[in-house]
Design a binder for this molecule. Structure first.
Ligand code: FE
Ligand code: FE
Ligand code: ZN
Length: 295
C-alpha cells in the first residue's frame, strides 16, 4: 500500500522536513506544493537538501517515484481572455516542471482549469494548447490531470472531458490522471460501485493512465458539484467504500494521497492512515487528534 498525505514544504527546510512530517504520520509517500498553493511565488531549490532527502527516503523505504507535486490551483490553462495571464500560467508550469526535476519528483498534479464563461470547446483547446506549450520530449515529469467536482466552471468533471484533453496533446505519454474520490462523488460517479467506475475509466482512458489518487471523503451528496473534502469515514462516501477503493488490486501500485481537512488546526493524517492500515473506522478521530497534539 502506497499511502501518504499532503505535507508542507518550504525551500528553506526542503524535502527533508516534508519527509519527516510524512514519516510522523506513518506514511510511505507524500504530496507537496512547491510554495503556497494559492499563489505563484516560488524560490530556489537547494540541491544539497534534495540529495539529503533522497538518501533519507531510501533509508526509510520511501520511493521518490511515488512522491507527488501539486501545481498551485490558481493557474488556469482553460481561459485565455486575458492573454498575459494565460501565458503566465504556461510559463509558470514550465518552471514548475523544472522544479519537479530539481526535486527528483516525476509526477505533478494539475487541475485542468476553469472556462470562466468561454465555450467548452474553446476551453479544452486552450488547455491542449497550453499543455503543448509546456510539454516537450526533454523531461520525464508527467502531468496528472485531476478529475474535478464540476464546481463553478471547472473542466475535467468527467472521464470524457479528460480524454478529450489527452487526445489533443502531442506528448500524450507525459499525461496521466489523478482521481480524487471527493471530486468523483461530487461529479456524479457512484463510488459504492467502484468497479463500475474503474471499468468506465478503463474503457475511456485506460487504467495504466492513473498516476495518483486523492483519497478524501465528501461533505456533500453524490452529484452535488461542491468539492468540500471530509475526513475519512465522516462523509457521504463512507469508510467502507473508501477502503474498497484504497485496497483495489488494480490500483495497488498507485500512490494514494489524503487531502482531508485539518481538525482545529491539527493534522488528521496519522490517525486516518492508522484507520486505513487497520481497515477499522475510528469514531473517536477528533478526540485522538486532540489528545496526541495538545499536551
Ligand atoms: Fe487538487
Ligand atoms: Fe484533489
Ligand atoms: Zn478538491
Amino acid at each position: 500500500m502506497i499511502i501518504g498525505s499532503h505535507v508542507s514544504y518550504t525551500n528553506k527546510e526542503g524535502l527533508v522536513a516534508s519527509l519527516n512530517e510524512a514519516l510522523g504520520y506513518g506514511a510511505n509517500t507524500f504530496m507537496i506544493y512547491t510554495g503556497a498553493p494559492q499563489n505563484t511565488k516560488r524560490g530556489n531549490i537547494d540541491s544539497d537538501l534534495v540529495s539529503k532527502a533522497h538518501t533519507l527516503m531510501k533509508k526509510n523505504n520511501v520511493d521518490i517515484d511515488n512522491v507527488i507535486v501539486h501545481a498551485p490551483y490558481i493557474v488556469n490553462l482553460a481561459n485565455d481572455s486575458d492573454l498575459s495571464k494565460y501565458e503566465f500560467s504556461i510559463r509558470f508550469l514550465k518552471e514548475e516542471i523544472k522544479r519537479c526535476e530539481k526535486l527528483g519528483i516525476n509526477k505533478m498534479v494539475l487541475h485542468p482549469g476553469n472556462h470562466v464563461g468561454l465555450s467548452f470547446d474553446k476551453a479544452i483547446s486552450n488547455i491542449v494548447n497550453g499543455l503543448n506549450g509546456i510539454l516537450d520530449s526533454s523531461s520525464g515529469v508527467c502531468i496528472c490531470l485531476e478529475t474535478m467536482a464540476g464546481k463553478g466552471t471547472e473542466i475535467g468533471k468527467t472521464f470524457e472531458e479528460i480524454k478529450q484533453i489527452i487526445d489533443g496533446v502531442k506528448f500524450g505519454q507525459r499525461i496521466m490522471v489523478c482521481l480524487d474520490t471527493c471530486h468523483l462523488n461530487d461529479a456524479g460517479y457512484d463510488l459504492s460501485n467502484f468497479d463500475n467506475v474503474l471499468a468506465e475509466f478503463d474503457k475511456i482512458i485506460g487504467l495504466d493512465k492513473i498516476g495518483c489518487i486523492h483519497i478524501n471523503d465528501s461533505k456533500n451528496p453524490i452529484n452535488s458539484h461542491k468539492d468540500r473534502h471530509e475526513n475519512i469515514g465522516y462523509g457521504t462516501i463512507g469508510f467502507d467504500n473508501l477502503i474498497s477503493i484504497i485496497y483495489n488490486e488494480k490500483l495497488k501500485e498507485v500512490p494514494k494521497i489524503l487531502e482531508t481537512p485539518y481538525y482545529d488546526g491539527l493534522p488528521p493524517y496519522k490517525f486516518e492512515i492508522e484507520m486505513i492500515i487497520n481497515k477499522k473506522f475510528n469514531n473517536l478521530l477528533y478526540d485522538d487528534i486532540k489528545k496526541y497534539y495538545i499536551k
